[in-house]
Design a protein around this ligand. Structure first.
Ligand SMILES: [Mg+2]
Length: 385
């Protein structure tokens, strides 16, 4: 047998991209219009000179990672740990990453690990000459995913207008944040459902913002207003509260922050606390652990939803490739385009995302990579060592 191709080089490009719209949720903010959003791009090169690209988008108030920690974790710990690894060995990739940066009760630097994992999956699929969804075992003909529009207003009239405008642009599904202005939650749900129409999937996300009695009350109101699911109503580290809510909750439930890997999702699925797996590749440490979470959901008979952390186009396409491999066509709350201007890095973005739909195309790998010259120019502005 020929010597296997191995990982030869790991490069990190930390950048900040312009925010074009403010985004607030119960546990914090992804940034404000006029500010910037941190993104860290990763380029892996193998022993034959083939490359793969990954991306991490830290939201420190959502998880605990920052531009600096992702860049230094990959540069000084994860990168050196994986040089020399055969490129197809994604099981070994995660073993080595866990050996370098271990886990506590959760994955440990999941967004940094996901950026590396995405890059290796991109490299492998490109080397195989297959779109990532086909490399993962799916059909290349399932090539589009419907997005969910993230309604940001917390005033019912404004939320309704926002949803109506997004619907006119082509969006068919809608998610919104509750527990930010709790007295308007039910009225906002009603306004969004009215604007979205009866066919839309309407999705309320509390980002851990409620106490148990509040969640009980709002769940009843949201159900009556026509919401389809309530995501992460309660603190992520208090699963007993979710069990209590479940006893008399009229609304389907999902967990997000509380489901960082296959083992915890297995726990929620086994005790019957949830109705969906929220696929969030970056939170879960990459494609490889996400495949295991999806296997748990499949075994439990639970359907998928897809969400993100205002990720960029590269991550969005990667996540849609993973979901499409399992027949998922939407809704995916991968809403980075609403909030971040990444035109400098992806000038051909409109070919991949238009009218509320992601089009995956037929290119090998994830299907898109940042403009390297533009990325290097942006990254040169940051002295992150
Ligand atoms: Mg969420």
């Amino acid at each position: 047998m020929d010597r296997p191709r191995t990982i030869a080089r790991v490069e990190v490009f930390p950048v900040r991209l312009p925010m074009i719209r403010s985004f607030t949720f119960a546990s914090g903010s992804a940034g404000a219009a006029g500010g910037t959003a941190p993104h860290v791009f990763v380029r892996l090169t193998d022993s034959e000179g083939a490359v793969g690209w990954g991306e991490g988008r830290p939201v420190p108030q959502w998880s605990y990672e920052t531009l600096e920690t992702i860049a230094t974790t990959i540069r000084h710990y994860l990168g050196p740990a994986i040089v020399g690894l055969p490129v197809t060995d994604r099981w070994g990739l995660h073993r080595r990453m866990q050996a370098a940066i271990g886990r506590g009760p959760s994955t440990g630097q999941p967004i940094a690990k996901a950026a590396v994992d995405l890059a290796l999956h991109d490299l492998c699929a490109r080397a195989a000459g297959l779109p990532l969804r086909a490399y993962l075992g799916g059909g290349a003909d399932r090539d589009s995913v419907a997005l969910s529009y993230t309604v940001t207003a917390h005033d019912p009239a404004a939320a309704g207008e926002e949803a109506a405008q997004a619907r006119a642009e082509g969006f068919r599904h809608f998610n919104f944040k509750v527990a930010v202005a709790p007295h308007t939650d039910v009225a906002v749900a009603r306004a969004v459902r009215e604007a979205a129409g009866p066919e839309a999937f309407v999705w309320a996300d509390a980002n851990q913002g409620f106490l148990l009695h509040e969640a009980r009350a709002v769940a009843r109101g949201l159900a009556e207003a026509g919401a389809d699911v309530l995501e992460q109503p309660l603190a992520a580290d208090r699963p007993h509260l979710l069990r209590e809510l479940r006893r008399d909750c009229p609304l389907p439930l999902a967990v997000d922050e509380a489901s960082v890997g296959p083992a915890d999702f297995f726990g929620y699925a086994a005790e019957g606390s949830v109705d969906y797996l929220v696929v969030k590749v970056t939170r879960s440490g990459g494609v490889w652990p996400t495949l295991q979470q999806i296997a748990v959901a499949e075994s439990a008979g639970l359907p998928l939803l897809v969400s993100g952390l205002t990720d960029g186009l590269l991550t969005k396409l990667a996540v849609c490739q993973v979901a499409a491999a399992f027949g998922f066509a939407g809704p995916a709350a991968l809403n980075g385009s609403q909030f971040t201007d990444e035109s400098a890095l992806f000038p051909d973005k409109a070919a991949f995302e238009a009218a509320g739909t992601v089009h995956l195309g037929d290119r090998p790998g994830i299907g898109v990579q940042p403009d390297v010259g533009a990325l290097e120019a942006l990254a040169a502005k940051f002295d992150v060592n």
